[in-house]
Design a binder for this molecule. Structure first.
Ligand code: PLP
Length: 448
């Protein structure tokens, strides 16, 4: 095969590649060349500071030789084995995951990514309980496959309706800044706020009929829909409702897992153990595709004498499992969970300073290195700077400015997400925040 020249790269990608989540004619791909640490470079030598861990997944940072070496070693030894082979990486990864996941989750089903981890969790729960409904939240994203997109509450699901998986009922998120129930009660004590949302969920359980509900599926900390952090007592309350009505709790930790929040998993902050927990992204830091469903042994045992009808050719691919093992070892060796917690405090301070300086910042939220800046036209009315499920000239101009200045991040409607690799230093965070500080002058001009 002849070498491609730099100038051929983008035209050929545009000619032959069909892009996902995009209008084909509007795609402007960055011609990425290489990546290291918290930076990546394009073929013209321009450097980008990665405030999105690429796709919220490169938690250990780019180009870690220890993971690359593990992948190469595995590829030499045994690049592929079918899903029913006992392989060295399969044996080792299960051990490691049982150590770092919440106590009681001891069995792991390996998938190709986050969406099919959620598909399997739903299927396992339906089989185990003999019930079919799944309760999930509106402000959620669970993946783009048939069942996962149906569970997703975010309007990305609407494009697929009405032909999505049946049986999903959505409920409201405990989103303090935009609380449906408390617009006129900003000072309501947190415990009462939490209770109102638990009452709302319990009412839905009654109306749907507890005996029809297999599982409640939630992102422990909501990711793309704006880093919504559960209020005190909420997760414990959801767990209690599940126990009361024989419903399984599925926590989606695809984005919030693997150190992102300053704990191995976000559930660890609340002392809650879900019945099923899904993960992906940080599991391999994106070095190879992999997801997993962690489950309690009784759920696995239910399938002892029944065939679990599911599985794909590449489930438990040795190269991906080897990448996951190496990633977890790197995280332990470099104390990345502790580091995320400490640098997370710096992030929280920087976010608060940004809010002081910019009238277009309505609220900032963060837990560990999982942060959000919510932009508004008016702090008093909280009118979002971009409409629901859309964008605005100010948001478009801000995105262009940041990218132009080499700050790579993700925005969702009126929210900027800050999800850097866990290895980021306070100095590198400050480098990104200096660009944000300049960029927010654009959105400040949209304030009324
Ligand atoms: N769940 C959550 C919380 C996610 O953020 C994502 C992806 O962004 C998914 C599931 C789907 O993961 P994947 O894209 O690996 O299928």
């Amino acid at each position: 095969m002849s070498e491609l020249t730099d100038s051929e790269l983008v035209p050929l990608c545009l000619e032959h590649n069909f892009w996902t989540w995009a209008a084909q004619a509007q795609v402007e791909p960055i011609p990425i060349s290489h990546a290291k640490g918290v930076y990546f470079w394009d073929i013209h030598g321009k450097r980008y500071l990665d405030f999105n861990s690429m796709v919220m997944c490169v938690n250990i940072g780019h180009g870690d030789e220890r993971v690359i070496e593990a992948i190469v070693r595995q590829a030499r030894e045994l690049p592929f084995a079918g899903p029913h082979m006992a392989t060295r990486p399969r044996a080792r990864l299960g051990q490691l995951l049982a150590e770092i996941t919440p106590p009681g989750l001891t069995k792991f089903l390996y998938t190709l990514g986050g969406a099919d981890a959620n598909e399997n969790a739903i299927k396992l729960a339906r089989g185990y309980t003999g019930r079919w409904k799944i309760l999930a939240r509106y402000r959620s994203y669970h993946g783009a496959t048939y069942g996962a997109i149906a569970a997703t509450g975010d309007p990305r699901r609407l494009a697929w309706e009405p032909l999505t998986m049946p049986g999903v009922v959505h409920f409201l998120d405990p989103y303090r800044y935009r609380s449906t129930f408390h617009r006129t009660q900003p000072d309501l004590p947190e415990a009462e706020f939490t209770q109102d949302y638990l009452n709302h969920l319990e009412e839905i359980i009654h109306y749907e009929g507890p005996n029809t509900i297999a599982a409640i599926l939630i992102e422990t900390v909501t990711g793309t829909n704006g880093v919504i952090i559960p209020p005190q007592g909420y997760l414990q309350g959801v767990r209690a409702l599940c126990d009361r009505y024989g419903i399984l709790l599925i926590c989606d930790e695809v984005m919030s897992g693997f150190g992102r929040t300053g704990a191995w998993f976000a559930v660890d902050h609340y002392g809650v153990v879900p019945d099923l927990m899904t993960m992906a992204k940080g599991l391999t830091s994106g070095y190879a595709p992999l997801g997993a469903v962690a489950m309690k042994p009784e759920i696995a045992a239910f399938y002892n004498e029944r065939v679990y009808q599911g599985g794909l050719t590449y489930n438990g691919h040795p190269i991906s499992l080897a990448a996951a093992i190496a990633t977890i070892e790197v995280m332990k060796e470099d104390h990345l969970v502790e580091r995320a917690r400490a640098t997370g405090e710096v992030l929280a301070e920087m976010l608060a300073e940004l809010m002081d300086r910019h009238p277009s910042v309505g609220e900032v939220r963060s837990i560990g290195l999982f942060g959000a800046i919510e932009l508004v036209r008016n702090r008093r009315t909280r009118e979002p700077l971009a409409p629901y499920n859309g964008t605005s000239p100010e948001m478009t101009a801000l995105r262009r400015f940041l990218l132009e200045r080499g700050l790579f991040l993700y925005t969702h409607w009126n929210v900027i997400l800050i999800i850097p690799p866990l290895i980021i230093t306070p100095e590198q965070l400050a480098e990104g925040f200096a660009i944000l500080d300049e960029g927010l002058q654009i959105t400040d001009r949209g304030v009324t």
